[in-house]
Design a protein around this ligand. Sequence first.
Ligand code: GLU
Length: 477
Amino acid sequence: MRLAPSPTGYFHVGTARTALFNWILAKQDPEGVFILRVEDTDPARNREEWVEAIFAAMAWLGLDYTGPFRQSENAPAHAAALEALVASGALYYCDCTPGEVEARKGAGATPGYDGFCRERHLARTERTALRFRTPDEGTVVVPDLVRGDVAFPLGAIDDFVVARSSGEALYALANVVDDRDDAITHVVRGEEHLANAPKQMMLWRALNAATGREVPTPLFAHLPLLVNAQRKKLSKRRDPVALESYRDQGYVVGAVLNYLALLGWSPRGDDEIVDMDTIVEQFRLEDVSHSPAFFDVRKLTAFNGAHIRQLSPYQFARACWPWVDPRDVPWRPTGYRPAWREEEFDEALYARVLPLIHERVARLDEVPAMVDFFFLEEPAYDEAAFDKAIRHDPRATDVLEAARRAYGALAEFGADALHATTLEVAEANGLTLRKAQAPIRCAVTGRLVGPPLFESLALLGRERTLARLAGALARAT
Ligand code: GLU
């Protein structure tokens, strides 16, 4: 099993699913090995930062692997393979430019190379690429564990290029040489590679023949395409496909893995929220569907909430840490820093605040807005909320005044007492408890939604609560 990503951009959620499925298969097989091979042989498109992004993504996913290997390290083997294939007659040199091919074929002809150099027996020059001599007739059958045998008529496959004029092996060949060298038994990857499979099968067999080293061709499994709500293929431009962006938004890895596993597969039983052990136990490539899988961010978010609720208080605290602790932390979401300063942050208070929000969080990036009022000296007032709940509500001032008096007189500043006394304030003002809570919540927290109000006020303490009620009254006029 292997993941063979090219470092040409962000680590795509589809690549994450491919990694996961390969990793699961390796776990299921007592002799299974999961290799990470970075296919870095296209200098024009590869960047070192994307290589780093692959490692970071795999580390975050927690999928362990053998390696990492780099395709570029195997360049001598690619060169040797090319030489053997040339000697066996499987490849030939070609010096046609794309313009020449087009001019010969005329407009409207079938795309692909016309075989012009096939029998020209050119020697290598600095202008010659190497092409594979694809038989004109017959079919290549790709054994695919998801799709069954897929037959490709050879008439539709041209003499494709396997090495540039510089002598550098291209993807199709390098990929096959590496898979043979790495003794890869299963090539599990996205559906977009299905069209490459017959070429790779032919190259594999040609290498077996040319080198006299008979390596069994791998089994393939092409995983269903990921599509968006419009049933269009997920695209970098249209859709959020970078795994990193999900990490930045506070998706927890357990939820992401669970959700990725369901893109084309489903566990037995009704419950879709399952842990990794269950997935490894139940997963079978044969059960993966052919039809496109809808990458549904809303469903992922619901999974995330469910997984967050399953975290222990300690795990939840650790997960929230990068969003809450203003001190140096090992990792932070891109571009994010807590709005409160180190002196404002109170670790003991943080520990007591967490249980109030644990059940309410679907994404960890919601946490700062839920807890900021505990740490900020002055709440971050949402002006629209302040207008609605206080400035433009004629009864708000009375409620805030009454609450201030009542809270000041409480013997004990606890959640139950706050609840009871706020109910009295509401009744005295002819309001429901809910209506009376709105200006109080807004005055103290700056917002209209948040953790349970009375528990929050109790944690914040009498002094800060009263000061904020007074502050809001002053602010309203
Ligand atoms: N390097 C190819 C890619 O990034 C993967 C090829 C494969 O898995 O066979 O899409």
